[in-house]
Design a protein around this ligand. Sequence first.
Ligand SMILES: [Zn+2]
Length: 161
Amino acid sequence: MVVKDDELPYLRRCVELAAEALESGDEPFGSVLVAADGTVLAEDHNRVASGDRTRHPEFELARWAAARLSPADRASATVYTSGEHCPMCAAAHAWVGLGRIVYVASSEQLASWLTELGVPAPPVRTLPVSEVAPGVTVDGPVPGLTEEIRELHRRFHRPRA
Ligand SMILES: [Zn+2]
């Protein structure tokens, strides 16, 4: 599938949420859960500054969907996100039976940016969603917005640079 122009507002909202996360001392990631009819159901940003490093927005949205949506509504929903799901979140997304994923920046892009910034490798291997959850339709990256996400990560890891 391709990312349509009318989907860009959801992706822009993900970038805004990522910026909000950065302002509150969290890593800049944001995600939005959208129903089949285009209604925004839920949104969240990264909250790992609490000390719980599993507080990724995609994981939060998977739990939100499991608690509140029917299996059919989960399957027809889309998760828009500033950065491609990590393996933990891709697994949660698939276990809960959510539908398509659209991301601004890929995990591969993020990994290369963080390497450039000298950030140590994460404790969980970087894998594309397609390797963790092969049944999920995934679209991205979205070139018009990736530079904004890159800049947010630069500001998080090099706040005074
Ligand atoms: Zn994650």
